[in-house]
Design a protein around this ligand. Structure first.
Ligand SMILES: Nc1nc2c(ncn2[C@@H]2O[C@H](COP(=O)(O)OP(=O)(O)OP(=O)(O)O)[C@@H](O)[C@H]2O)c(=O)[nH]1
Ligand SMILES: [K+]
Ligand SMILES: [Mg+2]
Length: 367
């Protein structure tokens, strides 16, 4: 039996099995097995259909990457054409776009790479169409824009989420707060900061055993962690936690009530590429989700150039600022002078560990 059939078999058994106290252990084990087979599918050796594919990936560019995921003909290419100077063919037939196309959106002084991708369809994760390649690109992005058609039925969002989910992408979710340390001896030990509601030593040991892990320390730091969360931690290097914005396009073609209803869904923005509605709001929302910081670097005795910020990730410190100026900067670093909301007084003399804020001005003093 091939991996795909094994996956199908477990999925069928899961959907047949009633969920209750008596079956939760069995269901847990099935979920562990399912993740193990799906992970095999993600490994490059699995028939070569897993990676980005030759010539499919566009090179990374700019300060952050946003990828456009959606069914065919929802308006992904139309959006790329709208917000960047790059042209990707848009037309009223499905699968117009056959490879990935990157363009740059300039916003608040940052360069955001927008990656237009071929449409994906149900069962994409199992190798239908270019789904696996498309999802592999989305894994490399800082934000996924899930582009949806406002005129189509409501389950498109769920279908796409399931496809991404089964390829190890977790949307708008934090990595579960569980630590798993493999050991040479001593068996499996589970500890927790407060009693977990959905996990116990029996299921934890059984799941690990299925992965041939017989000795490990497990520490559960969040009582709400589920069996799925634990399975994700076992498969940690195959799982990506990525932010997602749901974007309903073509609102020009639905009623005001429907548009209003869609706009109220969580993490959702509505737009019309054709009528130029909601595009500016979406740019703003992308900026907020990316959570980037603008810094103005200056040289001694010279005013900073406020038109040309340097862009770094949120929660960055002076160390990251040095790294993005030059690879060697840290070695020549003496101290930094910082003006702005992160500084206690202006300027504040800071070390590499000082966390910077949006719109700070930074002067690096070298040895
Ligand atoms: N009514 C309406 N039609 C739109 C809108 N945006 C795009 N379209 C139309 O939808 C069709 C598909 O647009 P594309 O941009 O090619 O869609 P896509 O998602 O890139 O499609 P594929 O590359 O085939 O997956 C085209 O005929 C567009 O003119 C919109 O806001 N409203
Ligand atoms: K199209
Ligand atoms: Mg397209």
């Amino acid at each position: 039996m091939g991996i795909l059939e094994k996956i199908q078999q477990i999925e069928q058994e899961l959907s047949r099995t009633q969920k209750n106290k008596a079956t939760e252990y069995h269901i847990g084990l099935l979920k562990g097995k399912l993740a193990r087979y799906r992970r095999e599918l993600l490994e490059p050796s699995a028939g070569g259909s897993s990676g980005g594919g030759q010539g499919f990936e566009v090179a990374k560019a700019g300060d952050a990457r946003v990828s456009l995921i959606g069914f065919p003909s929802v308006g992904k290419s139309s959006f790329l054409n709208k917000v960047t100077n790059t042209k990707s063919e848009a037309a009223n037939y499905e699968f117009t776009t056959l490879t990935s196309v990157g363009g740059i959106l300039e916003y608040n002084g940052a360069e955001v790479q927008i990656v237009d991708l071929p449409g994906i369809i149900k069962a994409a994760s199992q190798g239908k169409g270019r789904g696996r390649q498309v999802i592999a690109v989305s894994r490399t992005s800082d934000l996924i824009l899930m582009v949806l058609d406002a005129t189509k039925s409501g389950d498109q969002r769920q279908i796409l989420e399931n496809e991404l989910e089964s390829m190890g992408i977790r949307l708008n979710k934090e990595r579960p707060n569980i630590s798993l340390k493999l050991k040479k001896t001593g068996g499996v030990k589970m500890n927790s900061t407060s009693p977990p509601k959905y996990l116990n030593e029996k299921i934890v040991s059984a799941l690990l055993k299925d992965y041939k892990i017989h000795n490990a320390d497990v520490l559960i730091r969040d009582e709400n962690c589920t069996i799925d969360d634990f399975v994700d931690i076992i498969n940690d290097q195959y799982i990506s936690y990525i932010k997602c914005l749901y974007v309903y396009n073509k609102i020009d073609a639905v009623s005001l009530e429907e548009c209003d209803r869609l706009a109220r869904e969580p993490n959702t923005v509505v737009m019309s590429c054709e009528m130029d509605l909601g595009i500016e709001d979406l740019k703003e929302e992308i900026w907020r989700k990316l959570d980037l910081l603008r810094l103005y670097t200056k040289r001694r005795g010279v005013q900073p150039n406020l038109d040309d910020p340097m862009v770094v990730r949120n929660h960055s410190s002076i160390k990251e600022v040095c790294d993005s100026i030059h690879r060697d900067m840290k070695n020549q670093f003496k101290y930094a002078l910082v003006w702005g909301s992160s500084a206690k007084h202006s300027p504040q003399k800071c070390g590499l560990g000082h966390p910077v804020h949006d719109e700070d001005v930074v002067e690096i003093v070298t040895k």
